[in-house]
Design a protein around this ligand. Structure first.
Ligand SMILES: [Zn+2]
Length: 329
């Protein structure tokens, strides 16, 4: 299923099956996640597609179909999960496994052909993790929707302590993992989930959120202050990244708190200089290979739940419309 231009539905096309050489691996796709980031790529608000037609799909898992002659540790028939932040560079970031910080043009399904296809050519076996024991649809989703909030939550660890509060803003695909990681990584902290949709908030509650706030119905900053004896939260993760959510997240931050911005809505935060709060603000970009292996471990241990709606190629355009309209839980 290929993108033929910005703001056009995806089209089914016949393309040749790629050959593989050297360290390359051909993966028969069994699961590929539809991501909210794809909407930003399709409507051109992130204009990065190298040329049309182009195959999206950056969250992938499947079975190895063929390996190049320099591949070791993997063979035909192995179930694998594909790390997506590909890079062709050797710099201090890629050498520490943080390849996603190196080159967005080399990311699968964003700069390089992705997994909305029967087969995916992976440039090196080093981007594969064993997927045995996992459902490939669930594990595909873990490579971004599961990985990105994991990295973001880990950035909060130094700021959280027993009795502290973490606020998850946006309880869609990523936020639902965010709530689960808050419970796993910082069970001693209170987790508050914020969204504009009651059904997403009830899922967040089910996944372990201690309190939920509908920011359409309530003054979310006042409510967080009330729940924290007027101190404010110590960790905030904004999975939306719009002007309004950034302003809310910033305003609810207490002393030595940290705001981690993940959402790609392109908002701007007015950061006021001052000495009082020692509030930190940072972005968080996807995840490293080692962080993905930690996420996969949690899934294999049964500690995280993936809620995936399963669709076929013929339902992709309709599903992207539903995703854009906020109708996908
Ligand atoms: Zn994604």
């Amino acid at each position: 299923m290929q993108m033929v231009d910005y703001n056009k539905p995806l089209e089914m096309k016949q393309v040749p099956v790629p050959g593989v050489l050297g360290e390359e691996v051909l993966v028969k796709i069994q699961g590929s996640g539809l991501c909210h980031s794809d909407l930003h790529l399709m409507d051109g608000s992130i204009k990065i597609i190298p040329s049309f037609p182009f195959t999206l799909g950056h969250e992938n898992a499947g079975i190895i179909e063929e390996v190049g002659e320099k591949v070791s540790g993997f063979k035909k028939g192995d179930p694998v999960v594909v790390y997506g932040g590909w890079s062709r560079k050797f710099d201090r970031f890629s050498l520490t496994g943080q390849e996603q910080l190196t080159s967005i043009q080399d990311w699968v399904g964003i700069g390089q052909p992705g997994g909305y296809a029967e087969y995916l050519k992976v440039p090196t076996f080093r981007y594969l993790l064993p997927g045995d024991g996992l459902d490939p649809v669930d594990s595909a989703v873990l490579t971004d929707a599961g990985l990105t909030p994991y990295r973001a939550m880990k950035k909060l660890l130094p700021n959280l302590y027993p009795g502290s509060t973490v606020v998850i803003i946006g309880c869609g695909g990523l936020g639902q993992f965010g709530v689960q990681y808050a419970k796993i990584l910082t069970p001693y902290a209170r987790t508050i989930a914020v969204d504009v949709d009651d059904s997403k908030l009830s899922i967040a509650k089910e996944l372990g959120a201690d309190a939920i706030i509908n920011s359409k119905k309530e003054d979310v900053v006042a409510k967080v202050k009330e729940l924290t004896d007027n101190e404010g939260a110590q960790g905030m993760v904004d999975f939306v990244g719009a002007d309004a959510t950034l302003a809310q997240a910033y305003s609810m931050g207490g002393r030595q708190s940290k705001l981690v911005v993940v959402g790609l809505a392109g908002g701007t935060l007015k950061f006021t200089a001052g000495l009082v709060n020692e509030l930190e603000v940072t972005t968080s970009n996807w995840g490293s290979i080692s962080e993905l292996s930690e996420v996969i471990s949690l899934a294999k241990m049964g500690r995280i739940r993936t809620r995936a709606k399963r669709i076929g190629f013929d339902e992709m355009n309709k599903t992207f419309e539903e995703l854009a309209a906020g109708k996908i839980e």
